[in-house]
Design a protein around this ligand. Structure first.
Ligand code: UDP
Length: 408
């Protein structure tokens, strides 16, 4: 099949060894590579943010097309909505003139807008993965949410007009039902993990001089729950907390949130046990997971959450908050322990229990690796998605009801 993917703000090129990789970048890069591996032709369309970048870049078996839409500079994703019309026009022209796809898979709601508009012009069916929902973000972040005001309304409308919504976890199903998207329009296919790169055997990062290591990984943002981990640490003796993610190490001292975490660690008298490492290249991540006794993933909310899955594939048990996709990937009492979000006391108890019980950690780690390999390999996930693409490919494209003024 010819599969077009649209990932307007999250380029897969950043994920292929880069340090500014978030979950969507990693997901799109790995999915595109897995689909190519299965013999499909894949082109990923992403917004061009560097005037010097070549328009088409060959990646791991697929192509990344850098779409001219808006200024060729880095922009925050919340600034991109005005350029989605231009994105759609550029993409539709590319399809008409060079490469007509059989299906387009859009990642994130703004990509969905561009996909629906371009697909209508070219008769291509659209599959949408939201990755994150505006309604959830608004609930948790309130006034701090900088998403465009129209986001939630567009997400609702997209759910009704695309040919298929691919949801990534049970929690997302419930959120979309609340939003008014019919269950019959959704298919659940989770994200995946590269089980060749992320595996238990292989080199590990050296450890500090504490007995145990708790690792946590992610962008340095409040909702990831790092403050809860620091507050939990006094109850977890002789253990270091290693935080991977955020700006590169050399710029970490200037990061306001890193400064806040350091101050909090001082306040709780655990500063010498908390290590902020900054961003680590994707290629280096397996070494960090393998160095840990336990991976802590303690967000307040999480659409899917790749880092627990990556740790599981490396045979590392997980302590995670029971939110979003984590309640699907982490099987409580089998591959890890689930705790309530924003509860440092409960978190401390769970971590101390896990670190004090070698047998439990070995059993969890083995079950975690087993689950990652059997349920979440990219080969399996890509095969499930090809079935979705095939089922929509013969149908007529998106509904003509979609308002023309959705993009500007
Ligand atoms: N990651 C990375 N280097 C870092 C921090 C994170 O490569 O320094 C990767 C990590 O391995 C994972 C992704 O970024 O693949 C984070 O995905 P997740 O879904 O956990 O969080 P998101 O960034 O989407 O909120």
């Amino acid at each position: 099949m010819r599969i077009a993917m649209i990932s307007e703000h999250a380029s897969p090129l950043s994920a292929l060894g880069g340090v500014d990789a978030g979950g969507q970048n990693a997901h799109v890069a790995a999915l595109a590579a897995a689909l190519a591996e299965l013999g499909h032709q894949v082109r990923v369309y992403t917004r061009r943010d560097d005037a010097a970048a070549p328009p088409v870049v060959a990646a791991h078996g697929f192509e990344v097309v850098q779409v001219a839409a808006g200024p060729a500079t880095t922009l925050g994703k919340d600034e991109l909505l005005p350029y989605m019309g231009a994105f759609a026009q550029w993409t539709a022209a590319d399809w008409r003139e060079h490469w007509q796809p059989d299906v387009v898979h859009a990642h994130f709601w703004m990509s969905g807008l561009a996909a629906v508009t371009a697909a209508r012009a070219c008769d291509v069916p659209v599959v949408l993965t939201y990755h994150a929902l505006g309604s959830v973000k608004r609930r948790h972040q309130g006034a701090a949410d900088t998403s465009p005001a129209q986001r939630i309304a567009y997400e609702r409308e997209l759910g009704r007009v695309v040919d298929r919504v691919v949801v990534q976890c049970q929690d997302e199903v419930a959120e979309l039902l609340l939003l008014g998207v019919p269950r019959s329009r959704m298919t659940l296919v989770p994200s995946g993990v590269d089980i060749v790169r992320f595996r238990a055997d292989g080199p590990a990062e050296p450890r500090g001089n504490h007995r145990s290591r708790v690792l946590t990984v992610g962008r340095l943002v409040e909702r990831k729950g790092y403050e809860d981990l620091i507050r939990a640490l006094p109850a977890v003796p002789d253990t270091e907390l290693v935080v991977v993610g955020g700006p590169p190490a050399e710029r970490l001292h200037a990061d306001p949130y890193a400064q806040r975490l350091r101050a909090l660690a001082e306040q709780h008298r655990v500063a010498e046990r908390v290590h902020l490492c900054g961003a680590v290249a994707a290629a280096e991540m397996p070494r960090w997971y393998r160095s840990a006794d336990v991976l802590a993933a303690t967000p307040w909310y999480e659409p899917f959450g790749l880092t627990p899955l990556e740790a599981m594939a490396c045979g590392v048990p997980v302590v995670a908050t029971a939110v979003g996709g984590l309640t699907d990937t982490v099987v409580d009492g089998i591959t890890g322990d689930l705790v309530a979000p924003r509860d440092p006391r409960g978190l401390g108890i769970a971590l101390r229990r896990m670190l004090g019980d070698d047998l439990r950690r070995v059993a969890y780690g083995a079950a975690a690796a087993d689950r990652a390999v059997h349920s979440y390999s990219w080969q399996r996930i890509a095969t499930l998605l090809v079935a979705v693409y095939t089922s929509v490919a013969d149908r007529r494209p998106t509904s003509p009801k979609f308002p023309r003024e959705v993009v500007v």
